[in-house]
Design a protein around this ligand. Structure first.
Ligand code: NAI
Length: 318
């Protein structure tokens, strides 16, 4: 059995290679950016381990020997699941390796914004030393945290934020009332936008969520509120966000994810003084990375041995 690691940004792929070798399987390593590069590299491979390479109909049609795709991560928007279903290809992911990391990162960003830490840091380095240099601060206990998408990470975000904020509200039309912890108020999207002081995004990227935080949504948000995005960059329309920040509608934004990663040099988002950025790192800890890589590779090994991966996104038919 032969697999292809289509692309990765780890220092090496020794862990994945060793896991496959121990299981009696071979792992080819590539750094594909396009479908054509995946097609060229995947000759004779039954499974793909992928990080950011696009996987869709074009790949499945050209490489019918590929029967499973395991995405290195929780999100799987880089794999077209409709196309996989149409071709009977299994899709797997690794959804639970970094819940604590992402939630801590989102809370860290929320607190940094609420406490104006990036602006204080800038001021002190520029020679301004005064507790009011970064404007007026408000007591976190008097603020409402809003969560869009109360799934695995959204729920953990609610849990870790509970001691900090006075109120937690969340919108998730796809889970029952029983999925809401007692301390989280269920609201619709309109109320979430109107009532959140900090809005933290935890939805997957879908046709419905793409561009969901646009000019209209930003205009509905509380004046002086903050936006945190550790979900997927394309959920937020960046130009609209920059305009809302320039207009003083929002006080600040913290983004771990961007529509294009990395952003083009000179992009306005890199220069805006009310924006805090991290490089799609919310998942990261040494321990989390090992767990992620192990679980993603094991999906392929489990499928080869037992006919199904551990974390199923799409049931394959082959
Ligand atoms: P999940 O699937 O457990 O939860 C997502 C929740 O969003 C579900 O409960 C779903 O019902 C809800 N949802 C879907 N559409 C919605 C809508 N239109 N409005 C409101 N709620 C909606 O996903 P998980 O694992 O919690 O991941 C959340 C996000 O975090 C994903 O976008 C994922 O790609 C991203 N992520 C980012 C990482 C990073 O390093 N920055 C690492 C891991 C995940």
């Amino acid at each position: 059995m032969r697999f292809l690691f289509t692309d990765h940004d780890f220092p090496d792929a020794d862990l994945e290679r060793a896991l496959c070798r121990e299981a009696g399987m071979e792992l080819e390593i590539a750094q594909c950016r396009t479908e054509d590069e995946v097609i060229a590299a995947a000759a004779g491979c039954q499974g793909l381990l992928t990080q950011y390479a696009p996987i869709n109909r074009k790949v499945f049609a050209a490489r019918p020997e590929v029967r499973i795709v395991s995405r290195m991560g929780a999100g799987f928007d880089t794999v077209d699941t409709d196309d996989a279903r149409a071709f009977g290809v299994w899709v797997a992911n690794s959804p639970d390796y970094g819940l604590g990391e992402v939630a801590s990162h989102a809370l860290g960003m929320a607190l940094a914004l609420v406490r104006h830490l990036p602006w204080y840091d800038r001021d002190v380095r520029a020679g301004r030393w005064h507790y009011t240099s970064a404007g007026t601060l408000r007591r976190p206990r008097g603020l409402a945290l809003g969560i869009l998408g109360l799934g695995r990470i959204g729920k953990r975000m609610a849990e870790v934020s509970r001691p900090v904020f006075g109120r937690i509200v969340a919108c998730d039309p796809y889970i029952p009332d029983s999925g809401f912890p007692s301390y989280v108020e269920r609201v619709d999207r309109e109320r979430l936008l109107r009532e959140s002081d900090v809005l933290s995004l935890h939805v997957p990227l879908t046709e419905e969520t793409r561009g969901l935080v646009d000019a209209a949504a930003l205009a509905t948000m509380k004046p002086g509120s903050w936006l945190v995005n550790t979900a997927r960059g394309a959920v937020v329309v960046l130009d609209h966000l920059l305009a809302a920040l320039d207009a003083g509608r929002l006080d600040g934004a913290a983004l771990d994810v961007l529509p294009h990663e990395p952003p083009e040099a000179g992009h306005g988002i890199l220069r805006h003084p009310r924006v805090m950025l991290s490089p799609h790192a919310a998942f990261y800890s040494r321990e989390g990375e090992m767990e992620l890589r192990t679980k993603a590779a094991r999906n392929l090994i489990d499928w080869a041995r037992n006919g199904r991966p551990n974390y199923v996104v799409v049931e394959g038919s082959r």
